[in-house]
Design a protein around this ligand. Sequence first.
Ligand SMILES: NC(=O)c1ccc[n+]([C@@H]2O[C@H](COP(=O)([O-])OP(=O)(O)OC[C@H]3O[C@@H](n4cnc5c(N)ncnc54)[C@H](O)[C@@H]3O)[C@@H](O)[C@H]2O)c1
Length: 386
Amino acid sequence: MINLLYKSSYVFVLFYYAIIPLGYLTKWWVAIEKMKGNSTILVTGGAGYVGSHTVVELLKNNYSVIAIDNLVNCYADGNDKPESLKRVEKITGETVIFYNVDTRDKEALDKIFKTHKIDSVIHFAALKAVGESVRIPLTYYQNNIGGSSALFEVMAKNGVKNIVFSSSATVYGDPQFLPITEQHPTGQGCSNPYGKTKYFVEEILKDVCASDPEWKVVLLRYFNPVGAHESGLIGEDPSGIPNNLMPYISQVAVGRREKLQVFGSDYPTIDGTGVRDYIHITDLAIGHLKALERMYSASFKSWKAYNLGTGRGYSVLEMVKAFSEASGKQIKYEIVDRREGDIAECYADATLARIELGWTAARDVHAMCRDTWNWQKKNPKGFQSS
Ligand SMILES: NC(=O)c1ccc[n+]([C@@H]2O[C@H](COP(=O)([O-])OP(=O)(O)OC[C@H]3O[C@@H](n4cnc5c(N)ncnc54)[C@H](O)[C@@H]3O)[C@@H](O)[C@H]2O)c1
């Protein structure tokens, strides 16, 4: 009994004199990190797929985050804060400052810049459905280009001239060579209004840099983001019929859709189906932090574009197989005609990001499929199931 008392008093002493102070020290360290310059980031479209995963990584790395979103493509169910950001709070244990604001609303944006000392912006907010952009091009131009130029105006007015912009491999159009380097021509053969908005916004930012040397701009050209946070709390939650392969496959696996349609099996690829460069969403999110670090370095001037991809392409059927292996589910599929505007192969040369950002994709296709499945089976109806 006396022995036990001795032992528990040791535990008490250890807890009182070592663990509690360690907790305080950690909190101070976090606070000091947050006070460092260039650390408050305005994240537009922060409640979306890429935005929410990037907010997790920013918070984990002691950046302060102000997220804005107009909720056009995320689930909020009448709440003040979108479900994705509530889940981000669960993952990180941090509170996310959020404003329901549209990037086209200059007055509301200006208020945010006046309320918070913002150092940099990561600009995700955009409409992104290729097919829809063909049907309603003006809405896309208005939202993606109008919203971006309004944001840049308000940034300039408030002296905030650091921005990381979410661009896309679509700016390369139909590839003239593979793997695609950043030197590949852009804007030629962008076959849909969505892709054109990405190209135009890149051009606007280049002109802004040419007009004012204080601007620092990183253009991140994503290849095909897939997967979900390892917790399974956040992931891609498309409304309606998914446009992208992975959400479609996972909805078939979970029984929400009957079968996958594979568009074309006569492309000059390994098995006749289209080949894309898939990148895990967490790797992509980390790429944004690397871009910020690069932008803050003394040697960085004006603008620079980086490909974020793995540098390896996978065909549709290879992805179906990998997903079946990761999930243990058979994926029913049928081959149908090619889809207009689709290209045979597209994959990145990501050497520049490796050399200049110190970034490479660390997660393989198995991790992409495993994490997609983990998210899908925990949230069969996406964020709505909560
Ligand atoms: N996911 C991809 O496959 C992919 C590939 C390449 C590039 N991108 C780009 O990355 C960015 C993020 O994509 P995502 O997949 O996270 O899309 P997403 O739709 O999940 O996220 C975009 C968010 O922006 C919000 N939004 C849209 N217009 C807005 C506006 N005017 N004001 C405020 N908020 C607005 C939406 O509500 C949504 O929450 C987009 O710019 C997209 O074009 C995505």
